[in-house]
Write a protein that binds this ligand. Structure first.
Ligand code: GDD
Ligand code: MG
Length: 364
C-alpha cells in the first residue's frame, strides 16, 4: 500500500544560469556525481516503495526530461500540470488519483531536489512514519535541527515528549527521533520570529518531506481548502481514464496558487514530526551546494572545471565543459559559466540571483 509523490515542477531560479525555466535544477547533475537530482531522489524512494507506485508530478513542459532521465517509468506514473500552481494543487490532484486506485494507500511526498547522504537513516525514519500513519489520522513531517534563523523554511514547534516512550527530551540541541505531536507549523516566518523560535528551542525546520495516508491528506484538503477540494473532486469520475486529460486541461489553471505548507500544514491540528536522523540540505542556493561538495586544497568547490588558483578560496566554480578557470585574489564567490552567460557573484548575496535573473530577462 505504499506510494510516493515526487514533486518536480519547481524552477530553481537561484541556481541560474545552470537552472533555467526550460531545464530546472532537479534535472541537472548539480553535485557532479553522474546522477541528476531527480534520478537520485527516485532511487532513494525506490528502496522503500515499489517503483510502479512512485508518481512524478511536474509541469507538462518537463514531460520529455522525465522520460529521458527515468526511462523505466510509465505514463501512468507521470502526472502533468498544465499550469504552475505551486505544490498544494498537484498534491491534492495526485492524492485523489491514488485514492481512486488504492483507498488504503499510505504515501510520502518528497521534493526532487534535496541532498540526503545517509539513505539508511532516511529509510528508517520514513518507515517509522509509515507505521504511524497507517494507524493514525496524521500529517507527518520530518524535522531538521535548525542552525540559524533561515526565513526560507517552515518551522515546526514540537511537544517535548515522544508519543511512544513519553521520555522527555533533555537537550533541545540534539533531538532524538520518535514521533512527537506538533503544536504549531509556521511556514517561512519573518527573521525576528525565526530568531525567537530558535532561541525558544523546541523548533525544527520542515524538511519539506511529508507522510500520510491518502485518507488523511484528502480529509485535510476537504476541511481546510474547500474551494480547491471542490475543483479537483469534480474530476474524480474521470481520473485514471481517457477523459482525465481534458478535465485537467480545462480546470487545472483555475486552482489557487498555494503551497501545501500554507494550504494544510499551518491549518491542521493533527500534525506530527519525527526528528530526522540524517544530514539534510535543500540545495536551494549555490552556497548550500558549495557546503555539500568536496573542496580542493584551497577550499574551492569545483564542478566540471580545471582550476588554477592563487590567493582564492571559498569559491564555487562550475563550467559546462571542463573549462580551465584561472582565479587570483577572489574569496567566497560564485563563478558559473554556461553557454551565453557568465555569472560572477558574491556568495553573501546569493539570494539575489533570483532578482538578477528577472533583470536580465527584462534587459536582454
Ligand atoms: N509538481 C510541482 N508543481 N512541483 C513543484 C511546484 C509545482 O507547481 N512548485 C514547486 N514544486 C516542487 C519543487 O521542485 C521542490 O522540489 C518542491 O516542490 C518544494 O518547492 P519549493 O518551491 O522548493 O519550496 P520551498 O523550498 O520554498 O519550501 C518548502 O521546502 C522547504 C524545505 O526545503 C516548504 O515545504 C518549507 O516548509 C520547507 O522548509
Ligand atoms: Mg526548496
Amino acid at each position: 500500500n505504499y506510494y510516493a509523490i515526487l514533486m518536480a515542477g519547481g524552477v530553481g531560479s537561484r541556481f541560474w544560469p545552470v537552472s533555467t525555466q526550460d531545464f530546472p535544477k532537479q534535472f541537472h547533475d548539480m553535485l557532479g556525481t553522474g546522477d541528476t537530482l531527480i534520478q537520485k531522489t527516485f532511487h532513494r524512494l525506490a528502496k522503500l516503495i515499489p517503483e510502479e507506485n512512485i508518481f512524478i508530478l511536474t509541469n507538462e513542459r518537463y514531460n520529455d526530461l522525465v522520460f529521458e532521465q527515468l526511462p523505466s517509468v510509465t505514463k501512468r506514473q507521470v502526472v502533468l500540470e498544465p499550469a504552475m500552481r505551486n505544490t498544494a494543487p498537484c498534491i491534492l490532484y495526485a492524492s485523489l488519483k491514488i485514492q481512486k486506485e488504492n483507498p488504503d494507500a499510505v504515501m510520502i511526498v518528497a521534493p526532487s531536489d534535496h541532498w540526503i547522504e545517509d539513505e539508511n537513516a532516511f529509510s528508517e525514519n520514513v518507515q517509522e512514519a509509515f507505521n504511524f500513519c497507517s494507524q493514525n489520522d496524521a500529517l507527518m513531517t520530518l524535522g531538521i535541527q535548525p542552525t540559524f534563523p533561515n526565513t526560507g523554511y517552515g518551522y515546526i514547534e514540537y511537544e517535548k515528549e515522544t508519543i511512544e516512550t513519553g521520555e522527555p527530551v533533555v537537550s533541545s540541541v540534539e533531538v532524538s527521533s520518535g514521533v512527537r505531536s506538533v503544536n504549531q507549523f509556521k511556514e517561512k516566518p519573518v527573521y525576528e520570529v525565526a530568531k525567537q523560535y530558535i532561541e525558544q528551542g523546541n523548533f525544527l525546520w520542515n524538511a519539506g518531506i511529508f507522510m500520510w495516508s491518502v485518507k488523511s491528506v484528502v480529509k485535510a484538503f476537504k476541511n481546510n481548502q474547500p474551494e480547491l477540494f471542490a475543483l479537483f473532486e469534480k474530476g474524480i469520475a474521470v481520473y485514471n481514464t481517457d477523459l482525465e486529460d481534458g478535465f485537467i486541461q480545462e480546470n487545472y489553471g483555475k486552482a489557487e496558487n498555494i503551497s501545501v505548507d500554507y494550504a494544510i500544514m499551518e491549518k491542521s491540528s493533527n500534525v506530527y514530526v519525527i526528528a530526522a536522523d540524517f544530514d539534510w540540505n535543500d540545495l536551494g542556493t549555490w552556497g548550500s551546494l558549495y557546503d555539500k561538495l568536496d573542496k580542493d586544497e584551497t577550499k574551492n568547490a569545483v564542478v566540471n572545471a580545471r582550476t588554477l588558483t592563487e590567493d582564492a578560496s571559498g569559491n564555487m566554480i562550475r563550467t559546462k565543459n571542463d573549462k580551465i578557470v584561472v582565479v587570483d585574489g577572489l574569496q567566497d564567490y560564485i563563478i558559473v559559466d554556461k553557454d551565453e552567460v557568465l555569472l560572477i557573484f558574491p556568495k553573501t548575496k546569493e539570494q539575489d540571483i533570483k532578482k538578477v535573473l528577472q533583470n536580465v530577462k527584462d534587459k536582454f
